[in-house]
Ligand binder design. Structure first.
Ligand SMILES: *[C@@H]1O[C@H](CO)[C@@H](O)[C@H](O)[C@H]1NC(C)=O
Ligand SMILES: *[C@@H]1O[C@H](CO)[C@@H](O)[C@H](O)[C@H]1NC(C)=O
Ligand SMILES: *[C@@H]1O[C@H](CO)[C@@H](O)[C@H](O)[C@H]1NC(C)=O
Ligand SMILES: *[C@@H]1O[C@H](CO)[C@@H](O)[C@H](O)[C@H]1NC(C)=O
Length: 638
């Protein structure tokens, strides 16, 4: 039966190869910092990979599957899937494999040249540029990154026969442009940052040097310390189930923490009940040769990792170990897809999935490069916090959708995935906005949302501040010191059902005063962030001294620490982790579990951005976390 079925399909595919050619994907703009320099050589070989459409990854299907295990009213709440069930459920069909291989063979790329990945997700062939251009009715060009000199091969658009379109999700290399940019020589530019995915990043900002720490609650408006955060969010909790719980912080090489800075921080800040963390270190899980490098030391190399780990480790106390996912070797660097490969064998793209022009490609043949290619080597932590991000517009919709579906799979497995929402309000990384042809530019006037925050299957974290002169018990505002909380509306992803009520209420009570050309005003797209936490004046030890640090980079690990303690309370009484939290936190039962932020906005692109409001707003989301109420609500759920 099975063989017959696939034979019939293969025959159908051959019969249809005369189907008309249709445009499948087109890049809307060239990211800032890159220019097109020449046609690529016709006889150069491209490692061409066809990512097949995975069944069940339509956004509404994913949402239904996730709601089943994450919606507080679902009878299956908390019944997360095993990795094997996830792999099985999302494996591409034989029909798709047969149609694509038959088409390629018919087009003169002999069957013996084709390979299908083990998970059936990818069909691969080494094809010359000339062969590829004729196959896809396109042209390949070489682009160069102006600051680093790095080259990148890409096309601007490509076509597929109509009968192949339903089977192919993405082709690499093709139009995508989120190249890993190697380290720059001088740390002067603010929008090209080190070892981080993409030509722009969410990176924390350094303020004044702190010579005198004022660690009492009177001074939280001047200096944010672990005690201020515990007071703001009610995080007085000592873990009970640490051996069964886990909290993961993600860093991309060459970003690295300095052990001496962790100890300096620990000397001045004890954890809850005066517990010392001097000598405490994260458990390193190295993916694709990830190393905590000591070759280069400066705020640009150490700021992010030091900030994330100092606060994450302090807030979960010395009883709960923190996992550090250090991703990428020193030569190649890495992107979010490399992390996801390391965590989920069903996503493993080394067999053909990573885009050499966007992701770290392993084995890395550069001198000293990491010669492995890590696939599903670590069980994902219960909560995973990442303080890096792209502009949504720098990625193709297909690339973003594929990665977004992977976050849904982590949610199905019971993992909470947090991303910081960005530090430029409604503008993108580097404070750039979009022009009418979708180019990142200092002159742009169109809002520039961030990814993965716009993916409906992650929890996006914005930033707040204790107001100047205010006490720690007074309401916070949206962060308006040094940075502005990233927020707005996606141009790629539809509004998930969990936020429809909250966002519709915001839009009708506070109609934004901007034309539909300035942001996605349809009222039907994903709004972000979901929640927020303080992002101003963090006292951080960097390179042997204390300084003030600002950013949603700080907010994400703080939310991660609070949710890790919620997981602890559930695990301690035999319940499962909270997993994907959005359907729960937007539900009526959780209404009192957030401190609503109603002052401030998130300016950018020459505008005031969006305004905060009672209830949800696309500046601070539902508000900051109230740990005692959150934990009580989550203990009531099955
Ligand atoms: C393409 O060529 C590379 C380098 O020779 C080789 O490692 C890889 O297996 C080839 N891929 C396919 C699909 O033949
Ligand atoms: C850190 O604590 C030490 C004493 O333990 C103190 O001498 C030092 O001044 C503190 N650092 C700052 C920046 O306040
Ligand atoms: C604390 O902040 C206020 C404004 O919020 C400022 O005027 C004051 O100088 C700051 N004090 C210290 C000790 O930094
Ligand atoms: C707005 O978002 C919707 C839903 O994701 C999308 O279909 C639409 O294309 C977006 N509009 C613009 C102008 O980007």
């Amino acid at each position: 039966m099975f063989t017959l079925f696939s034979l019939v399909l293969a025959a159908t595919a051959v019969a249809q190869t005369i189907s008309p050619s249709v445009l499948h994907a087109k890049r809307s703009h060239l990211p800032a910092g890159w220019s097109r320099v020449r046609r690529h050589t016709p006889d150069a070989v491209l490692p061409l990979r066809f990512g097949l459409v995975q069944p069940n990854v339509g956004m509404s299907t994913l949402e239904e599957l996730l709601n089943d295990v994450s919606h507080p009213e679902s009878p299956n709440y908390g019944m997360h899937w095993t990795p094997a069930r996830v792999a099985d459920h999302f494996a591409p069909s034989d029909e798709a494999v047969d149609a694509v291989t038959a088409w390629l063979a018919d087009s003169g790329l002999g069957k013996e040249r084709l390979r299908v990945s083990r998970n059936k997700g990818w069909v691969m062939v080494n094809a010359t540029v000339a062969e590829t251009e004729s196959l896809l009715h396109t042209e390949y060009h070489v682009y160069v990154h102006e600051l680093s000199g790095k080259e990148h091969i890409a096309s601007e658009a490509y076509n597929l026969p109509a009968h192949i379109v339903p089977h192919v999700e993405i082709i690499v290399p093709s139009i995508d442009f989120n190249a890993v940019v190697p380290k720059r020589s001088s740390p002067t530019s603010t929008h090209i940052t080190l070892g981080q995915p993409g030509a722009g990043t969410v990176s924390p900002k350094l303020g004044a040097v702190v010579t005198n720490i004022l660690d009492d609650l009177e001074n939280c408006h001047n200096q944010t310390t672990p005690n201020c955060l515990r007071a703001l969010y009610g995080l007085e909790y000592s873990p009970l189930a640490a051996s069964r719980n886990s909290f993961g912080i993600v860093e991309y090489t060459p970003q690295a923490y300095l052990p001496s800075d962790l100890d300096l921080f620990a000397t001045n800040f004890t954890s809850l009940f005066g517990q010392s963390l001097v000598g405490a270190r994260p458990n390193i899980q190295s993916i694709d040769g990830g190393v905590v490098q000591t070759v280069s030391e400066s705020f640009d190399f150490n700021g992010e990792s030091n900030l994330d780990l100092q606060y994450a480790m302090n807030l979960v106390t010395g009883h709960q170990p923190v996992t550090l996912y250090q991703v990428g070797d020193l030569q190649m660097g890495a992107s979010f897809n490399n992390l996801l490969d390391g965590l989920d064998a069903s996503y493993c793209t080394f067999e053909g999935g990573d885009d050499a022009t966007q992701d770290g490609i392993y084995p890395d043949r550069l001198p000293g490069g990491y010669l492995g290619n890590d696939c599903g080597i670590f069980k994902p932590a219960g909560v995973i916090s990442t303080s890096y991000g792209y502009n949504e517009a720098d990625l193709s919709p297909a690339y973003a959708a594929r990665q977004c579906a992977e976050y849904a799979k982590l949610g199905l497995m019971g993992v909470t995935v947090l991303y910081s929402s960005g530090d430029n309000g409604v503008a993108g990384n580097g404070a750039l906005c979009l022009t009418s042809n979708d180019k990142d530019s200092a002159q742009g006037q169109i809002f520039n949302p961030g990814f993965p925050s716009t993916c409906p299957f992650v929890t996006s974290v914005g930033a707040t501040q204790v107001n100047p002169g205010a006490s720690v018990t007074e309401p916070e505002s949206a962060c308006e010191q040094v940075i502005f909380s990233g927020g707005g509306f996606s141009n790629y992803f539809a509004m998930p059902s969990y936020q429809q009520g909250a966002v519709t209420e915001y839009l009708s009570a506070n109609p934004p005063p901007y034309a539909s050309t300035v942001y996605n005003s349809t009222g039907k797209s994903r709004a972000y962030p979901d929640v927020s936490a303080n992002g101003a004046n963090y006292v951080v030890a960097v390179n042997g001294q204390f300084g003030l640090v600002f950013g949603t980079s700080a907010s994400a690990p703080v939310v991660g620490a609070i949710l890790t303690m919620v997981n602890d309370a559930r695990l301690a009484i035999g319940k499962r982790p909270i997993g994907f939290i959005n359907p729960a936190i937007y539900s009526p039962a959780f209404k009192g579990a957030f401190h609503d932020i109603t002052a401030g906005s998130n300016p950018g692109c020459g505008t005031k951005g969006f305004s905060t409001a009672t209830g949800y707003d696309p500046v601070t989301g539902l508000g900051t976390l109230n740990f005692p109420v959150l934990v009580a609500e989550w203990l009531l759920l099955p």
